[in-house]
Design a binder for this molecule. Sequence first.
Ligand code: HEC
Length: 109
Amino acid sequence: MKRIMAGAVLMAVFFSTSAFAQDAEALYKSRCQPCHGPGGKGTGIAPALVNNLYIQSATDQDIADSILKGRQGADRKFAAKYPAGMPPQKLSDAEAQSMITYLKSLQGK
Ligand code: HEC
């Protein structure tokens, strides 16, 4: 019985950690890619997130704010280039944190 319990705990740990990285990429593809493009390379309606100085220099809190609150009205940095801005994105705190880790993994590529 004890052995079965230990196995179950190990499986749970395994699935939760491997799901972590995959979740952020899947979430990116479904929620961010339509605007920011495959691999974060940017499109005509949103800036590239690869080799992005803001992601490289901002605090996690600032990046989370940009994602969760979006960039609308006066908060837009690139209003002239991308006038539609970015709508607020509904992500849980855990999803936002894994998204930030994912975005940082795109730097230097
Ligand atoms: C409807 C299109 C759209 C969607 C969907 C979208 N974004 Fe954006 N995003 C933008 C635009 C446009 C900007 C630039 C806004 C500005 O500051 O002028 C932006 C800016 C950003 C920035 C700041 C970039 C910088 O250099 O300042 C980050 C980070 C970001 N988006 C991440 C995300 C993430 C992560 C998702 C998915 C959860 C996402 N975005 C979904 C359009 C979008």
